[in-house]
Write a protein that binds this ligand. Structure first.
Ligand code: FPP
Length: 256
């Protein structure tokens, strides 16, 4: 069944059962998601928070398959923020095992379906077992040309911008860059997202209405879509609702 869903990607633009109203040109190129509500989902069921994260991992798979099927080109998932280190050690350890666990189960299928894995985050603080699993997936999928599945892992937008500013300042000091030439493009090239276009659509689950230090520069003109649904309960249907709503919006980028 899963294989069939993946395989249907090429047909996605012909027949979209959930998004009948959305012409293919209205499918966003880049969707970014703040996957929130794992803990509350678990609490509501009397389960430990880890059960919420484990269930959230299954939602990652569902939504990756669906994004691929719909013809989304980039899917960025906020899996761990620079602020998440403040959580209890057991939870941090559990979260740091999830990428490895996910890739052990899914990498083969990701490769078979032409998905490219990427990572956006501060690599230096990640435990070796987490980083190695992600780097291995990146290397093994580097030649693929389908959906880019970009994990924001140990990602923090302010740290990203701070490092970009430091790097630009060093380039100016070293005579490599004239301050007159610092423009949007020069800044974009210094960000962790330099290989990606800006997100067209940001989704946040769980009813929270904030950006939580996520892609603050890159989301300047993105469409925002919020839902009360907790991430472990987020399904293809909700994803399609967001895409349909995106298709109805007029993006003016400050113009008229
Ligand atoms: C926020 O919910 C969620 C996270 C900090 C972790 C997100 C991680 C996953 C969804 C799994 C990632 C899977 C892979 C494959 C990397 P929360 O814990 O803050 O929920 P709460 O606000 O209800 O407490």
């Amino acid at each position: 069944m899963i294989k069939r869903l993946w395989a249907n990607r090429s047909k996605a633009k012909v027949s979209l059962p959930h998004t009948d109203g959305v012409p293919p040109e209205n499918v966003p190129e880049h969707v970014a998601i703040i996957m929130d509500g794992n803990g509350r989902w678990a609490k509501r069921r009397g389960l430990p928070r880890m059960a919420g994260h484990h269930s959230g991992m299954k939602a990652v798979k569902r939504i990756t398959i669906e994004a691929n099927r719909l013809g989304v080109k980039y899917l960025t998932l906020y899996a761990f923020s620079t602020e998440n280190w403040k959580r209890p050690k057991a939870e941090v350890d559990f979260l740091m095992k999830l990428p490895q666990q996910f890739l052990e189960i899914e990498l083969e299928e990701l490769i078979a379906n032409n998905v490219q894995v990427k990572m956006m985050g501060h690599r230096e603080d990640l435990p070796p077992h987490t980083l190695n699993a992600v780097e291995e997936a990146i290397a093994k999928t580097a030649g693929n040309t389908g959906l880019v599945l970009n994990f924001a892992l140990n990602y923090g937008s302010r740290k990203e911008m701070l490092e970009a500013v430091q790097s630009i300042a060093a380039d100016v000091r070293d005579g490599k860059l004239d301050p007159k030439d610092i423009d949007d493009e020069a800044i974009g090239k210094k960000l962790l997202s330099k290989e990606l276009p800006d997100p067209d659509l940001l989704i946040r689950t769980s009813g929270e209405l904030r950006l939580s230090n996520f892609m603050l520069w890159q989301l300047a003109y993105s469409e925002l879509w919020f839902t009360d649904v907790y991430w472990p309960e987020f399904t293809e249907k909700h994803f399609n609702e967001a895409i349909e709503e995106y298709g109805r919006r007029a993006r003016r980028y400050g113009g008229v």
